[in-house]
Ligand binder design. Structure first.
Ligand SMILES: Cc1ncc(COP(=O)(O)O)c(C=O)c1O
Length: 384
């Protein structure tokens, strides 16, 4: 697969070399259970403590506010269902948006069937939530707001700080699925004003199967699993030490990348060059997502008249995605594009390019040329 150019960094990122180096000892010699009291356990526990501190450093929070999970799907479930169950005496109303990841939407759907009531706010044509709509939807029964930091399909960044101010004004908890934003954008939970944040290592150059739910000190939520009491009982289960070490190293590596402005200096310019090349050679292409308020690595484009699955099948040396990664084989329009009001016949032509820190200018050239050639070829075929 070395000859395939990877441009699907919103689906997952490669593991950074420094992350792998940090993890390897915990997959070999240092295999102890972090709950054991003998030296193997103590060594593992020390590594977990260090990683917890690295995550806390990135989020500017306390280590005790970090709960390790199996990834953002679990973190989203735990935040939303956990708060809903714990707040039953206060109210049963949750507010989210139609453009959220399925980990949020499907959790809310399950809760709705159990008697909770979720308001699914519409988003604008860029996929952005309007804070005024959020405030208008709050009722005395509202216990939780859940809005993603940045959209995983179109990259649009939500006005998180404005929503946080509204949440705090009304005394309602605010959870954010921050998977695509943390480690690239402002990552201090205090500056953002969020009470809970879901993070996953595999979107920030760490391993799969390990994530975090940040829970502001003092917030009560019901666990979804029961067992050994790890993570203060909020998420019991033997800790995934190697994964946690990898997540910690990934957070430290992101902090360095943020200090070096890698996204602004490297990723954004590559993404812009790719767009310029495609736009200068192809007619009838449409940019999805906010033109400016968007993740620097994201380029979500509709190529009118060319179904995205046909285009992807034709791109032999490029790994990109249609819509979200989870349904990359589906030809049904993505729920995010539908929520943005994009007509179905255009939405099914959407392709997501997700650029990351390891992409190069030469790769952008190759990808642009191959996409231009394939779009032209498919359009010509369609005319015949
Ligand atoms: C915004 C968002 N939330 C949640 C998830 C799920 O994360 P995980 O794969 O760690 O369960 C993803 C990954 O696709 C995502 O992009």
């Amino acid at each position: 697969m070395n000859d395939i150019i990877y441009m699907d960094n919103h689906a997952t990122t490669p593991i950074a070399p420094e992350v792998l180096d940090a993890m390897l000892p915990y997959l070999t010699n240092h295999f102890g259970n972090a709950s054991s009291t003998h030296p193997f356990g103590v060594y593992a526990k020390d590594a977990v403590d260090k990683a917890r501190q690295q995550v806390a450093n990135l989020l500017s929070c306390l280590p005790k506010e970090i709960v390790f999970t199996s990834g953002a799907t679990e973190s989203d479930n735990l935040a939303i269902a956990g708060v809903a169950y714990a707040s039953k005496d206060k109210g049963n109303h949750i507010i989210t948006s139609t453009a959220e990841h399925h980990a949020v939407l499907d959790t809310c759907h399950v809760l709705d069937r159990e008697g909770f009531e979720t308001t699914y706010l519409p988003v604008d044509k860029y996929g952005m939530v309007n804070p005024d709509d959020v405030e208008a939807a709050i009722t005395p029964k509202t216990v939780l707001l859940s809005f993603m930091y940045a959209n995983n399909e179109v990259g649009t960044i939500n006005p998180i700080q404005d929503i946080a101010k509204i949440a705090s004004k009304h005394g309602v908890l605010f959870h954010s699925d921050a998977v695509q934003g943390i480690g690239k954008l402002e990552s201090s939970v205090d500056i953002l004003g969020i009470d809970m944040a879901s993070i996953t290592a595999h979107k920030i150059y760490g391993p799969k199967g390990i994530g975090v739910l940040y829970i502001r000190d003092g917030i009560k939520l019901n666990p979804l699993f029961f067992g050994g009491g790890q993570e203060a009982g909020v998420r019991p289960g033997t800790l995934n030490v190697a994964g946690i070490v990898g997540l910690g190293a990934a957070c430290a590596s992101c902090q360095t990348a943020m200090e070096m402005k890698t996204e602004e200096k490297v990723v954004g310019p590559l993404r812009d060059t790719l767009f310029q090349k495609l736009a200068s050679e192809l007619t009838d292409i449409h940019l999805n997502g906010h033109p400016e308020n968007r993740l620097l690595g994201n380029l979500n484009l509709c190529f009118a008249g060319v179904q995205s699955h046909s285009l992807l099948a034709g791109l032999k040396s490029v790994a990109v995605s249609t819509g979200s990664a989870c349904d990359s084989e589906s030809v049904t329009a993505s729920h995010v594009l539908v929520a943005m009001g994009i007509p179905n016949e255009l939405a099914i032509t959407a392709v997501r390019f997700g650029l990351g820190r390891y992409n190069t200018a030469a790769e952008v050239d190759t990808v642009a040329n191959e996409v231009i050639q394939m779009v032209n070829q498919l359009r010509t075929l369609a005319e015949e």
